[in-house]
Design a protein around this ligand. Structure first.
Ligand SMILES: *Cc1c(COP(=O)(O)O)cnc(C)c1O
Length: 415
């Protein structure tokens, strides 16, 4: 396996770097990154020279749009009338009784297209249109981000090209069909291991060649600045809503623990952003076979400095998980920083625990989770049983998506 390209380049350009070296404030946790896109020692903008102007333009366009009440109200109205926001917080009475902790669940599984991904793609598609770019490119592994991107593109009348490794195209035939139904072009990628990281490289290559007309819609809090920051801001609606909803349920208090699963880290980042300034313990849950924070080391891949699974020579390793959405070998840079500061902790769960949690949630609450958030449930079950969470505490868990896409796979694994 070879290390993906885009390892060279600059970290936000010489000006930003000089500012960072002078000790420009890094900002509060989950505030703005430095001008070069740094969260502590992580993040940055490691792209070829030809992409620096596109990243700079995007950062400026996002800042301007995010500060513009017209853009914000347009996005808010799409989130409400199209995506179904606000999503509710459900009190899980029967699960709470079993675990001896009070479990509240933020229901992103009820959003249009079945997960939190719609929040990000609606924001980026609206931004692309505002920038006068009529074409989206996206990468996808399991196909979920491809379907979400194709959905937003259809809604706003944008062209959409989704890069997908050949192996994934075969494994995820249903999502390929969905994307095509939605009017997107799916381009199979035959380089490298023909999976997600190769699709990322092809999408970056396309963007280099078409940057005048194209926006690259990244699916998580990853990639060069401004993506990790921008995607976290687009997902913070999850945490902001949940904070208000928790306070209404808890007589003005915040939960003791806030937990979310981590693929690249966007649903967790959006959730944590709403609670980072409270006393809540923030917990991210990775798949044991893709624990970039547990088992990884610092590196520079896909435009950012972060933590990655790699061998001794620095070659990026393939991640393994029963959940295709969690098998990226890295993690968003802001999570690497939150871990380094100790503000959030990160844990890994095994596939068998995830399957147990999947069944437990279905049987106790009538909610069939996606396999990704079943990881968060699995951690909670373990922590409640082993004292990792104190009895009687209140725990908010983000249900990042619904399980419809995974039931056939689980049925096969259980038979
Ligand atoms: C894509 C996906 C994830 C992983 O992505 P993050 O960026 O870590 O949130 C988690 N849950 C669901 C349901 C997903 O579709």
């Amino acid at each position: 396996m070879t290390t993906p390209p885009f390892l060279g380049g600059q970290d936000g350009g010489p000006v930003a770097d000089a500012a960072a070296r002078r000790g420009a404030p890094a900002g509060t946790l989950m505030g703005r990154p430095t001008a070069g896109g740094r969260f502590g020692e992580f993040g940055g903008r490691y792209v070829p020279e030809s992409l620096v102007p596109a990243c700079v333009e995007l950062a400026a366009a996002f800042d301007e749009a995010w500060a513009d009440p017209t853009f914000r109200s347009h996005l808010d109205s799409l989130l409400a009338s199209y995506a179904g926001r606000p999503t509710p917080v459900t009190e899980c009475h029967r699960l709470s009784e079993q675990l001896g902790v009070r479990v509240l669940m933020k229901r992103e599984d009820l959003a249009h297209t079945g997960s939190h991904k719609i929040n990000n793609v609606l924001g980026q598609a609206l931004l692309a249109a505002r920038m006068g770019k009529g074409r989206l490119v996206a990468e996808t592994g399991a196909g979920q981000h491809g379907v979400a991107s194709a959905t937003a593109a259809a809604l706003l009348g944008l062209d959409c090209v989704v890069f997908m490794g050949e192996v994934d195209v075969e494994r995820q035939a249903l999502n390929v069909f969905r994307m095509r139904l939605l009017g997107a072009e799916v381009r199979p990628v035959s380089s490298g291991s023909r999976t997600l990281k190769d699709a990322v490289n092809e999408a970056l290559r396309d963007w280099v060649a078409t940057v005048e007309t194209t926006h690259y819609c990244i699916g998580s809090v990853m990639g060069p600045h401004p993506y990790p920051y921008m995607v976290r801001e687009l997902q913070r609606v999850v945490g902001d809503e949940a904070r208000g909803q928790c306070r209404a349920l808890l007589e003005g208090r915040d939960p003791d623990v806030v937990v979310a699963c981590i693929g690249g880290g966007s649903n967790a980042a959006g959730t944590f952003a709403g609670f980072v300034d409270t006393d809540a313990a923030l917990v991210g849950v990775e798949a044991a076979g893709g624990a970039a924070l547990g088992d990884g080391a610092p590196g520079v891949v896909h435009g950012m400095r972060s933590m990655f699974l790699q061998d001794e020579a620095g070659q990026i390793l393939e991640a393994h998980s029963i959940s295709a959405g969690l098998d990226y070998p890295g993690i968003g840079p802001e999570h690497a920083h939150l871990a380094a500061t100790g503000r959030a902790t990160y844990h890994a769960v095994e596939d068998a625990e995830v399957l147990d949690a999947f069944r437990l949630l279905a049987a106790t609450e009538g909610i069939i989770p996606a396999l990704e958030p079943a990881h968060a449930v699995a951690w909670l079950v373990r922590a409640a049983r082993t004292g990792g969470v104190a009895p009687g505490s209140t725990v908010l868990i983000t249900m990042s998506g619904r399980g419809d896409k995974d039931v056939a796979q689980v049925m096969e694994m259980l038979s």
